[in-house]
Design a protein around this ligand. Structure first.
Ligand code: SF4
Ligand code: ZN
Length: 360
């Protein structure tokens, strides 16, 4: 990518191939055309608008929470969503929703960014914290559990925390900054883990319609490796936070991410192909869907007697932190493995974004 005034002389004599008026500021990552900043913004925002309209992600009058971690993708999402909402009169009531896991030196700093975004974009912010909801911070959990299973706790707790925050805000939908790279990574991990039940679902642009709050991914078609979000955030001088979680040990996922990046270097369409293969995957046998119930302890949706968060919490509080770990499939009852698989699948999808590229 060439930035503004750093464009080489030969290129600077040409004009933006879209407007034919202004000097090009960068090569469009997707098409490699030379375009100016203004056209880049327009093209980028228009693409997201088309995804939103084409997939009918929202209805006028809806209340929508933007999962905001302070990271690049969710910051770009918050900015673009509020712009498009104004420009195209979506008629949405937008909110920022953040989770405070209680990770000193990481989340406390990134939340400062979100608090600034609240002012910059004029979007009301709600922060839900693990300490308040569960009585434990991730710092405290890591002291007990170590650095091996910490992300399991964090992922389970985050899912519920987001739903509880969304319920508090009385929103109809939650949008997250997951992009094409994240989805490709999740497809690959689900293949590697043999999680067929999860595989065909993880590519959907909207998930959780059967749960308390549907979640949508307007950046589903945005490729991070081609730097669109990065370029947008850079040119717009958006205020975001870019440090990785200090407890991020996820070597397996890191390997998948590197593998995808390598593939993409050789063949740029690899990301699209991986997502497509996930989309086209069909399970031939009829899969029995779980009955949705509620957790006897906390009232959260659960297909088991206790939800996963309550099982993990019980372990923590009883000094047996490994209680809900390891036997993840079919843990709570003998015949509910499908149910548990569903539940854990969701957990992984939430973890995936957070642990690698810093957004929900
Ligand atoms: Fe939580 Fe992500 Fe950190 Fe793991 S890497 S502890 S899931 S924030
Ligand atoms: Zn519960």
């Amino acid at each position: 990518m060439e930035e503004g005034n750093k464009i080489p002389k030969s290129a600077s004599s040409r004009l933006c191939c879209r407007c034919n008026e202004r000097k090009p500021a960068l090569k469009r990552p997707k098409t490699l055309e030379q375009i100016c900043r203004k056209c880049f913004y327009e093209v980028f925002e228009e693409e997201i608008h088309q995804v939103i309209v084409g997939n009918q992600l929202f209805k006028a009058g809806e209340r929508v929470a933007i999962g905001a971690s302070g990271g690049k993708d969710s910051t770009v999402l918050a900015y673009v969503m509020s712009e498009l909402n104004r420009r195209h009169n979506y008629g949405l009531d937008l909110f920022l929703l953040s989770v405070d896991e209680g990770i000193t030196g990481y989340r406390d700093d990134s939340l400062e960014t979100v608090k600034r975004n609240e002012v910059q974009y004029g979007l009301p912010l709600k922060i839900v914290s693990y300490k308040e909801l569960y009585g434990w911070t991730m710092d405290e959990i890591v002291k007990v559990i170590g650095l091996k299973n910490n992300c399991t706790f964090c992922g389970v707790f985050r899912r519920q925390a987001l739903d509880r925050g969304a319920a508090y805000l009385k929103v109809d939908k939650l949008v997250t900054g997951h992009n094409a790279d994240d989805i490709a990574e999740t497809v690959l991990l689900n293949i590697l883990r043999g999680d067929v039940a999860r595989l065909s679902r993880c590519t959907s642009i909207t998930t959780g319609e059967d749960g308390p709050i549907p979640r949508c991914k307007p950046f589903k078609y945005t490729y991070e490796n081609l730097n669109q979000n990065h370029t947008y955030a850079y040119f717009k001088k958006l205020d975001y936070f870019s440090t990785e979680c200090i407890y991020s040990p996820n070597a397996y996922r890191g390997f998948a991410r590197e593998f995808i990046k390598d593939l993409e270097r050789i063949r740029p369409r690899a990301i699209v192909d991986i997502i497509k293969s996930g989309e086209n995957f069909r399970i031939s046998t009829s899969t029995k869907m779980p009955e949705q119930g509620t957790c006897e302890r906390c009232g959260y949706i659960s297909s088991q007697k206790w939800c996963k968060a309550c099982v993990l919490l019980e372990g923590l509080n009883r000094g047996l932190p490994k209680l809900g770990i390891g036997r993840s499939r079919g843990l709570e009852n003998g015949n509910g493995n499908r149910k548990d698989m569903e539940q854990n699948g969701d957990v992984r999808s939430i973890e995936s974004k957070q642990c690698g590229s810093l957004d929900f």
